[in-house]
Write a protein that binds this ligand. Structure first.
Ligand SMILES: Nc1ncnc2c1ncn2[C@@H]1O[C@H](COP(=O)(O)OP(=O)(O)O)[C@@H](O)[C@H]1O
Ligand SMILES: [Mg+2]
Length: 149
């Protein structure tokens, strides 16, 4: 499924809708080039899950993981850009996170350890400055039905 996003606000809007559809055990894998909007998406997704628009969402690019407690249970935000190998994940509460809700930037770094049932959200640049194309795969269509910005 592909959606065209015409502004950061539309990316935020879609992330908020997805936050309404995730539960413990779900994984959102966010991929795309630098500046494509992964962190913008993750920030909006986490704020929506926390039901707190003023929630601080630090980039986990150095710590690699940032945990949150939300009304939907524990949520783990990963940025695996600096992960040297998937075995490093075991020190980062990966097993616990797989039972929780997780949002993972640079998911390819997790290799085989990424949950099989993850929703893959891929962002690419569009023609205009604020245009992005967002592709989703890995979930049954029924879970994505009705998403729009
Ligand atoms: N439609 C859009 N969705 C998300 N970000 C957008 C969009 N249009 C422009 N931008 C800008 O692109 C940048 C995306 O940055 P960021 O979310 O940190 O990307 P990434 O984490 O993929 O490197 C931000 O400066 C944001 O304002
Ligand atoms: Mg980022």
């Amino acid at each position: 499924m592909m959606i065209t996003l015409l502004s950061p606000m539309q990316t935020v809007c879609l992330a908020q809708q997805l936050a309404d559809r995730v539960y413990q055990g779900d994984c959102i894998a966010l991929s795309g080039d630098l500046g494509a909007g992964k962190s913008t998406f993750a920030r909006a997704f986490l704020k929506a899950l926390a039901r707190d628009e003023s929630l601080e969402v630090p980039s986990p690019s150095f710590a690699l993981v940032q945990p949150y407690d939300t009304p939907k249970g524990p949520v783990f935000h990963y940025d695996l850009w600096r992960l040297s190998g998937p075995e490093g994940l075991y020190e980062l509460n990966w097993d616990e996170a797989c039972e929780a809700i997780m949002v993972v930037e640079w998911p390819d770094r997790a290799e085989d350890l990424l949950p099989q049932e993850a929703l893959h959200v891929h962002l690419t640049y569009g023609e205009k400055e604020e245009e992005r194309h967002l592709t989703m795969s890995g979930w049954p269509e029924s879970r994505l039905m009705g998403l729009s910005v």
